[in-house]
Design a protein around this ligand. Structure first.
Ligand code: NAG
Ligand code: NAG
Length: 347
């Protein structure tokens, strides 16, 4: 992001500022990722590099230092929530993540209450609205954009009815709901929805059963909004059933382009996905300094980073949960305002 306020700070201002904060202070930010995912691996490297860049340029945060801690949620919603709680006990001003919609829904409640900013860079489902969760900021386009594009493609080619195959989780399901809405706006519709359970154990049988059903149906346009494993299984089974031959149109959401970018595609799988149309999110080149710049604005304005004990848990008197250490970020509202002022917002 080329930010217009990234100007050299005037010496006079800095002098006045250093009166208030004598020693360099630490600005804690956290991240919640699954290190095992491609996204998680790449993001970890990028975030550490960004923090290093910010800290090595004293024009940005003066004598203050960003300190980033990264929590491995290891694909577990539970560990993600615990990680968020830990950050909220350790005076953290912003958390990057989480990567999944399910976790985002839960952690947004914490962010709302404790005024800690939550910034997710993963394309999540758009059901987490700014009205409901003002402290949750999606920095990547939601599935609303992708589904609109798919509906446009379908409309352009004159198809009226499509079949949707999706994983039975919040993100995939909500994405397909949006696709249905977008198709309806173009006088089209989803004629059949095939749900695949997220558990691999029963997945193969379910995929086979659903595809056999779909083979009997009239529509030959199929949209797959799944996770990677399920998606590849769908294509492998479809190929065996002769459903990737001429006459079928397959559209895969960005799980496929992401998988192709990140992993080596096996020959067998490569054969199954010949002719499939997939979409990739457009990410303009930008510096990932959004938090640093918002913190800079915050400090330049003379605001002090401080936290107060959270008193909202008094109603839980007598419980054994040790949540006394949760604190509210006093400047949360101001930092949120600064983030929302980010210029060149890509979406
Ligand atoms: C992640 O979870 C799996 C089981 O769910 C476990 O086997 C593995 O050791 C965990 N990895 C880490 C790094 O904690
Ligand atoms: C805030 O909570 C901590 C315990 O987590 C306690 O030590 C401290 O005295 C509390 N501060 C105020 C002002 O109540």
């Amino acid at each position: 992001m080329s930010l217009t306020w990234l100007l050299p700070v005037s010496i006079l201002f800095l002098a006045g500022f250093s009166e208030e904060i004598k020693q360099s202070r630490v600005v804690n930010i956290g991240a919640i990722l699954s290190f095992g995912t491609t996204n998680g691996r790449v993001a970890k490297i990028a975030m550490n590099a960004a923090v290093q860049d910010v800290n090595s340029d004293s024009r940005i945060l003066g004598g203050n230092k960003l300190v980033l801690s990264i929590h491995d949620s290891n694909y577990s919603g539970f560990l993600g929530i615990i990680g968020a709680l830990q950050y909220m006990e350790t005076d953290t001003v912003a958390i990057i993540g989480p990567q999944t919609s399910v976790m985002a829904h839960v952690i947004s409640h914490l962010a709302n209450e404790l005024h800690v900013l939550l910034l997710s860079f993963t394309a999540l489902d758009p059901s987490i609205t700014p009205l409901q969760y003002p402290y949750f900021i999606q920095t990547a386009p939601t599935d609303l954009y992708q589904m609109t594009a798919i509906a446009d493609i379908i409309y352009y080619f004159g198809y009226r009815e499509v079949i949707a195959i999706f994983t039975d989780d919040d993100k995939s399901r909500n994405g397909i709901t949006i696709l249905g809405d977008k198709l309806a706006e173009r006088h089209g519709k989803i004629s059949y929805k095939a749900t695949i359970p997220p558990e691999p154990a029963s997945m193969h049988d379910q995929v086979m059963e659903e595809l056999c059903k779909i083979r009997m149906m009239e529509s030959r346009v199929i949209v797959g909004n799944t996770c990677t494993k399920t998606g590849f299984m769908v294509f492998n089974v479809a190929r065996n059933l002769g459903m990737t031959d001429k006459g079928y149109v397959w559209i895969a959401t960005n799980w496929l382009s992401a998988a192709m970018d990140a992993t080596q595609i096996l020959t067998d799988t490569a054969n199954s996905i010949q002719g499939v149309l997939t979409l990739r999110l457009h990410t303009p080149d930008s510096k990932i300094w959004m938090i640093a710049n918002a913190v800079k604005l915050f400090l330049d304005h003379g605001d002090i980073i401080s936290f107060s004990n959270y008193s909202g848990l008094n109603v839980l008197d007598g419980t054994t949960l040790n949540l006394d250490a949760l604190s509210i970020f006093d400047g949360g509202q101001m930092l949120l305002k600064n983030i929302l002022q980010t210029s060149n917002w890509p979406y």
